[in-house]
Design a protein around this ligand. Structure first.
Ligand code: NDP
Length: 439
């Protein structure tokens, strides 16, 4: 919403944003930003431990969780101020309150009505809790997990997607006993199988008790503690249960049905390539359209709408080849196709994989894997997938995403000189494909 308004404002459009909460959205207030600050904050425990191998004597490190959360919140307040200033500087009017469509050109906020030629819906999504778990009201979502006043001693995380592995990692690194319950056999369904296997075992090595093929049936409060019963008959005692079992679009109570804006079975607004809904003049971007639910994608979609409407430049956003990262510990980052997808789309592929211990850990002694993988379409020799689990993976993959965008071939990777010593150089020094089970 903010990105689209600012871009539209820069082309002279008269823009107002209607917001019922603080400005900033999920990313700034309840997602990417506070999460990453907690990733940094929690990771220091390992840094202090690793320092010993390099000759440092560090007194046993302790974390004041409350201070970390307070510091994180101060940064969110600062960012909120920055966003308000950016909107003001772009000439965007902020209307505080919840909006509702009255017709294709009218939004009602409280007792007032505002008319506009174009309306953009960028209402995001929310965490969903399953309805078939008794006692689910005792569970928390990522919203509450970001603001817990005390570090729980024992935490159960349910769900092995982005949010599940990120929060399990944060709380484990911060010192909690973490049990993860997933209903599949590996975390991160949809990611490359080598990534999934590497991260699943890395989480275990860090002390996360990852349990597979389990589902929660019941949660009961027992005094201060919670008791989690699985359908498989196990009982786990803990202090908090975090459900990270997916998110759904925020499209209820927006007046969409009344205006004729179509939504799909999941409640997502249906849009065309220009993010236009089924009603002319009504557009939608970001998680409320449930395309690729990532902040930079939503921003690109919002700006594309502004370019199309106010700069006479019809613009669409490519939803393939989008790099992504999971800020687990160790982190994951990926761009392009998984091996499975590449085989389905291209037939024969060459796969290059390397696993090693990063140089830093030769002295620290830490048993943390780094895994890198390239998937190459055999016929064209184009690199169609690039995957990594290991320190700095998001920083490394961003650059390779450019190479894949340019259609780089394996020979061009080989012709690139590595930066030594680095982990990233492995991506340009892999010579021998893994034996292909499919010949
Ligand atoms: P995801 O859809 O990524 O993962 C949901 C997980 O919950 C899956 O492991 C799923 O299992 C499991 N699950 C779903 N329903 C149940 C159930 N009833 N019982 C047990 N397990 C269940 O959702 P998240 O909430 O983790 O994240 C939402 C989205 O937000 C992400 O997909 C991503 O687009 C975005 N995001 C991006 C981040 C980033 O860029 N770093 C960070 C956080 C979120 P199964 O695989 O078996 O279906």
């Amino acid at each position: 919403g903010v990105a689209a308004s600012r871009r539209a404002g820069s082309y002279g459009a008269r823009v107002a944003i209607c917001e019922g909460d603080r400005v900033g959205g999920t990313c700034v207030l309840r997602g990417c930003v506070p999460k990453k600050l907690l990733v940094y904050g929690s990771h220091y425990r390992e840094d202090f431990e690793d320092a010993a191998g390099f000759g440092w004597d560090v007194a046993p490190a302790t974390l004041d969780w409350g201070r970390l959360v307070a510091a994180k919140n101060r940064e969110l307040d600062r960012l909120n101020g920055v966003y308000l200033r950016l909107l003001r500087d772009a000439g965007v009017t902020l209307i505080e309150g919840r909006g509702r469509l009255v017709d294709a050109h009218t939004v009602e906020v409280g007792a007032r009505r505002y008319t506009a030629r174009n309306i953009l819906i960028a209402t995001g999504g929310h965490a969903v809790l399953p309805t078939d778990v008794r006692g689910i009201e005792h569970a928390i979502t990522s919203n509450e997990a970001l603001d817990l006043p005390r570090l729980p001693r024992r935490l159960v995380v349910v769900g092995g997607g982005y949010i599940g592995v990120e929060f399990a990692s944060i709380f484990r690194a911060a010192g909690a006993e973490v049990t993860m319950l997933i209903r599949g056999d590996l975390v991160l369904r949809g990611f490359d199988d080598d990534v999934r296997a590497t991260l699943s075992s890395a989480l275990r090595r860090k002390g996360v008790d990852l349990r597979c093929d389990v589902e929660v049936a019941d949660i009961e409060r027992r005094g201060e503690a919670l008791s989690v019963m699985t359908r498989e008959g196990e009982t786990l005692e803990c202090d908090e249960v975090l459900f990270a079992t997916g998110r759904a679009p925020n499209t209820a109570n927006l007046g969409l049905e009344r205006v004729g804006v179509k939504t799909n079975a999941r409640g997502a607004i249906e849009v065309n390539a220009f993010s236009q809904s089924s009603v002319e003049g009504v557009y939608a971007v970001g998680d409320c359209t449930d395309r690729l639910n990532l902040t930079p994608v939503a921003i690109a979609e919002g700006r594309a709408v502004a370019e199309t409407l106010f700069n006479n430049r019809p613009t669409t956003v490519e939803h393939h080849g989008v790099p992504t990262a999971v800020f687990s510990q160790p982190p994951v980052s990926t761009v392009g196709l998984t091996e499975r997808e590449a085989r389905a789309q291209h037939g024969a592929v060459d796969v290059y994989v390397t696993s090693f211990r990063a140089m830093k850990h030769t002295l620290s002694g830490r048993d943390e894997p780094t895994m890198m993988k390239l998937v190459v379409e055999r016929a064209s020799q184009r690199v169609v997938g690039c995957h990594m689990v290991g320190a700095d993976a998001p920083e490394i993959i961003q650059g390779f995403a450019v190479a894949l965008k340019c259609g780089a071939t394996k020979a061009q990777f080989d012709a690139t000189v590595g930066i030594h010593p680095s982990a990233a150089e492995e991506f340009v020094t892999m010579r021998t494909p893994r034996p292909d089970p499919q010949g």
